[in-house]
Design a binder for this molecule. Structure first.
Ligand SMILES: [Zn+2]
Length: 387
């Protein structure tokens, strides 16, 4: 079957977005002849992309077979690696997590050590899930650095020493024998939030505040990509008057040097508190410690200052704040909101929602599943397989 306008792969996208559920709806939406629709939909059924899903009575009183994307019996492996820990899961392309697990994986140990741990744990999870290896169709992984989409390698990254140009995507594809996808962690987390929580939003701006700070922009359901994969790297935007040194890039005055989890840890340690990770900072703030509340709120305000520029530029519907700090969102978001609203034009914020991540720790793996589903069920992959 030749790909092109209204190819089988393109018809599958209509089912994926919920625009159609029956053959007659495909005919109505595309204007294709009945025989053509039957031929292409049958090919999608035969290849296992669609399954029958009961029947409905159409407008002329005739029963019509309902069809849906066959994403539940397909198994995928997903991983969301942060600077200090990661979440791994066996899921399906609909983003339903079958079994998951958290690993402590310091990204600075380098690709060989970290990926050996990741693949071993994913193997164990696959066994636990009860899914057969033969149902495995792909794997997707997020990492806390810029990713070259064309090569599937980590682009030059200051926060991932030893990973530069490492073929992460090929490593996973070779190991599991299925297609693999590599992307930036904030991109996947933002995509997860957008697809699951804000499917109708025109623009979602997602910010991950973990050890560092990263962000992503999703416009009409698609990730905004930069020229050299450095999109969303707002952690190293310079703040006037800030003298602190950024522990990841070494420069002075980076946003991450005053508003990241690492910066909050450093400030609280200076004040004599025993904290090591962002999660420790969250615990202290939630316990009402005045130093922690002040430090977290101030960090939110500093992030808000940079975000007000992004909000003025993009005019998004939603700004979602994720990462470990989200568990102290009452203080952190208060700081963000105050500054964004105070520094932006009223028209840019009139309908703006600033919300904590609804998916929390699972945003990355749900986004990884969505990203992989776009590949596995994308028109190009489907047409290549069916033709
Ligand atoms: Zn920096």
């Amino acid at each position: 079957m030749s790909p092109g306008p209204n190819s089988a792969g393109e018809l599958l996208q209509l089912f994926r977005t919920g625009s159609v559920a029956t053959r007659s709806e495909v005919q109505r939406v595309t204007g294709l002849a009945r025989s053509t629709v039957t031929y292409k939909v049958d090919a999608l059924l035969a290849a296992g992309y669609l399954v029958e899903n009961g029947s409905i009575v159409d407008g002329r009183g005739r029963p019509s077979t309902r069809l849906r994307v066959n994403d539940q019996v397909t198994t995928i492996l997903v991983a969301d690696l942060g600077a200090t820990h990661g979440r791994l899961a066996v899921a399906n392309p609909a983003g339903e997590v079958l079994v998951d697990s958290v690993i402590e994986s310091s990204i600075v140990k380098g690709p060989e050590a970290v990926l050996a741990m990741v693949t071993q744990r994913l193997d164990q999870l696959l066994e636990q899930s009860g899914r057969r290896g033969s149902s495995l169709r792909g794997t997707a992984i997020g990492v806390p650095g810029p990713v070259n989409l064309h090569t599937g390698r980590v682009a030059r990254s200051i926060s991932m020493p030893g990973w530069d140009d490492y073929p992460v995507q090929d490593h996973l594809a070779d190991y599991f024998g299925v297609p693999a996808v590599l992307d930036n962690d904030a991109n996947l987390m933002g995509l997860g939030e957008q697809r699951r929580i804000y499917p109708n939003a025109h623009q979602v701006l997602f910010v991950k505040v973990g050890t560092g700070i990263g962000c992503s922009v999703i416009i009409d359901g698609e990730l905004l990509r930069g020229t050299d994969s450095a999109e969303g790297d707002i952690g190293h935007a310079k703040i006037t008057g800030v003298e602190e040194t950024c522990s990841s890039c070494g420069a002075r005055g980076c946003l991450a040097a005053i508003a990241s989890g690492r910066a909050m840890v450093r400030e609280l340690r200076r004040l004599g508190h025993e904290v090591t990770t962002t999660r420790d900072v969250v615990r202290l703030a939630r316990a009402g410690n005045p130093d922690a509340v002040r430090v977290v709120t101030a960090a939110g305000q500093e992030l808000g200052g940079v975000l007000s520029t992004a909000v003025s530029l993009l005019n998004p519907d939603v700004v979602v704040i994720g990462g470990d700090i989200v568990h102290a969102h009452e203080y952190f978001l208060h700081g963000v909101r105050e500054t964004v609203l105070g520094r932006s034009q009223p028209l840019a914020t009139a309908r703006l929602t600033i919300a904590p991540s609804a998916l929390g720790d699972r945003a990355g793996i749900i986004g990884a599943a969505a990203r992989l589903a776009d590949v596995i069920f994308g028109s190009a992959a489907v047409d290549a397989k069916i033709s």
